[in-house]
Structures are given as C-alpha cells and as structure tokens.
Design a binder for this molecule. Structure first.
Ligand SMILES: [Zn+2]
Length: 346
C-alpha cells in the first residue's frame, strides 16, 4: 500500500513538474528556439485585476529554416473548441526532424473567454470584430492589439479555427477568398463539406479603418488566411477533429513543410454566397432539414409553434441552396435564426 502511494506521489510530481517547465514569455522570439524542437510557452498578453498575467498557450514547432511560418489559431471565440483539439492532434503528429519551417499554434487564443465558456470577451465585445485593436484602447482593443502585435506579425500563412455559436450547429465549412490562388488552395485542401467564397476584406471604397476580423487583418498584412468552421460550439467532435487534422496536414504538405500521408479529401460543395434566414415571430422552432442538405425553393425549413403546440408559422426556403448551419435551440425570439443557407456557385 505504502509503495502504491509513493508511486502515485511520484506520478503526480512528474505531471506537476512538466507543467512547471512551461516557460512564460512576453513575446515570441523565433531565433531563441533551436531548430528541430517543439516548445510550449505561456505568452503574456494582458493583466487581470489582481495584477496577474493573462497568458495564452503557444506551441512552436521549429523545423529547419527552409520553409514558411504557418499560424494555427483556435478559440478567438471562447466557446469554439474543436480547433483546440485539431491543433493538439496535428502537433502530436509532427515529426520535428522532418519539419521545414515553423508552426506557431495557439490552442486557446481568447484565454479569458475559454475559461468562462463564453463566445465574447470579458467586456462583451466580439474580439473577431475588433481588429486591428488599439495599443492604449479599452480591454478588448488592447487584447486584440497584442494578438496583432505578438502573433500576426510573426507568420506567413494563417488558418483560423472556429465553430458555430451557442444554439446553432454547423457543417465543416471554409471561408476563403477563392480568387486568390494561395487561399483557394488552402481551402480546397480541407476535408470540408462546403467552401464559401468570401473575400473577407473591405472592398475599395469601404472604410478601411473600420474594425474587422482577424482574417481580414491578416489578409491586409499580406498573409494568406482562411477561416475554418468545425461543427458545433462547446464540444469536442471526434469526426471534426479527424477531418480537421487531415486538412491541416494537407496544407503542410502543400507548403512543403512536411510529408504526411493523408486520405483523399471530401469534394466540397462550392458556394458563391450565403445568408441567414431569420424568424419574424417568436416561438418554439423546429428545423426539419439536415446540415449539408440541398433545399429547393419553397421547401419547408422551419416550423414555429406556440407553447400549446399550435403551428403559428411555417418558413420556406426563398431559393435553392445548401444548409451550412442551423438553429439547434428551439426557443427563439423574433429575429432568431433558422438556417444559414449557402447558394451554390455556378
Ligand atoms: Zn467563431
């Protein structure tokens, strides 16, 4: 018995010491890390109200210097977790002696909100609508500024990982500027159900100083970037992880950073645009269509009942399209979402 207890203590101390060894840093200095090493860091972005650092987990896999720097970021929305698992699995499968270039992976970009099961930041702002941020701005602006300054400045390519929001479910889909050859390739290499053509940056004439997404910010810096939506919020979905990992490995192969064997990717449906269809009344909603289902014009996409079970309104699809996302929460006020409809490219 004594023996077992001492073994348990030994194991606990090994776990504790491996946590202790993770170095805290104020900025990423890629020259400080030797080639052919994977290192884990806590990167400080911010202070909390008791003067303690708020730091994000960063994994840097440094191969030789013959390849680019690929950024992998997950959970800028704190309840979007599948990407965290995708990053962990990809990094586990890297052969660091074979890697060319560098991977900078952030499995938990919005540290504050991940720990609070929340999509939005502490001040109720959406970080992914606040780029480029401000060095001396309010809380979310400063946090975003730090991401911009400490992470985006270091990378050559970016894959930003999301999921649906609370009360909704998603297919595995990619948002990408398909008119750009590099971003098109990055999108086609994903094991996605749907690829949504989406420029992602303000077009000429729009107010370029307006706040924007991280993808837009990265693209304005000349970094080829795609956004991937992996399924549902606040869960790990093993199927999404497997497909997500395959997509990232395909990109690593394409960038000649690694030489993975991967299965053939899904032939994604290409959409030229998409939009949400909203309720104009409140009630209990049923959505009788599946993710990735093609719906025809006038096909029933939603049935709204009052609490007594009486149908108060039936919603139909305004045109032919594919179901990218749908509501999973029956309880909806006026303005609640029914489906995210993708319109197929010609
Ligand atoms: Zn998101």
């Amino acid at each position: 018995m004594k023996h077992i207890i001492s073994v348990i203590f030994l194991l606990l101390s090994i776990v504790a010491s491996s946590q202790d060894q993770i170095e805290s840093i104020e900025e990423i200095n890629l020259d400080n890390q030797a080639p052919h090493q994977i290192k884990k860091y806590w990167l400080k972005l911010f202070d909390n109200g008791l003067s303690q650092p708020i730091s994000i987990p960063v994994i840097i896999a440094k191969g030789d210097d013959s390849g680019p720097v690929l950024g992998l970021t997950a959970a800028i929305h704190g309840n979007e977790l599948n990407g965290i698992k995708v990053i962990q699995e990809v990094l586990e499968q890297i052969n660091i002696n074979e890697l060319k270039g560098i991977i900078i992976a952030v499995p938990g970009l919005n540290q504050v909100s991940v720990t609070q099961d929340s999509r939005r930041f502490f001040d109720d702002e959406d970080l992914n609508r606040n780029f480029p941020g401000k060095e001396k701005g309010n809380r979310s602006q400063q946090y975003v500024w730090q991401i911009n300054d400490k992470i985006l400045s270091k990378i050559d390519y970016l894959i930003d990982m999301h999921t649906a929001s609370f009360g909704r479910v998603n297919s595995l889909y990619v948002r990408a500027d398909m008119d750009n050859e590099k971003m098109k390739q990055m999108a086609l290499l994903q094991d996605a159900d749907i690829i949504l053509k989406n420029k992602g940056v303000p077009s000429a004439g729009d107010n370029i100083s307006a706040t924007r997404t991280m993808r837009a910010e990265a693209m304005l810096k000349g970094i080829p970037t795609i956004t991937i939506e992996y399924g549902n919020p606040q869960v790990y979905q093993p199927e999404m992880t497997v497909r997500g990992v395959n997509g990232i490995k395909n990109v690593l192969n394409w960038l000649k950073m690694h030489d993975f064997e991967t299965p053939e990717s899904n032939q994604a449906v290409l959409c030229k645009k998409s939009y949400w269809i909203y309720l104009d009344q409140g009630g209990l909603l049923e959505v009788p269509v599946k993710l990735n289902q093609i719906v025809e014009k006038d096909e029933i996409i939603g049935q709204l009942r009052n609490p007594f079970g009486e149908i108060i309104k039936t919603y139909k699809s305004p045109e032919r399209g594919i179901v990218i996302g749908k509501s999973s929460n029956p309880v909806n006020m006026s303005g609640g979402r029914i489906i995210h409809l993708g319109i197929l490219a010609d």
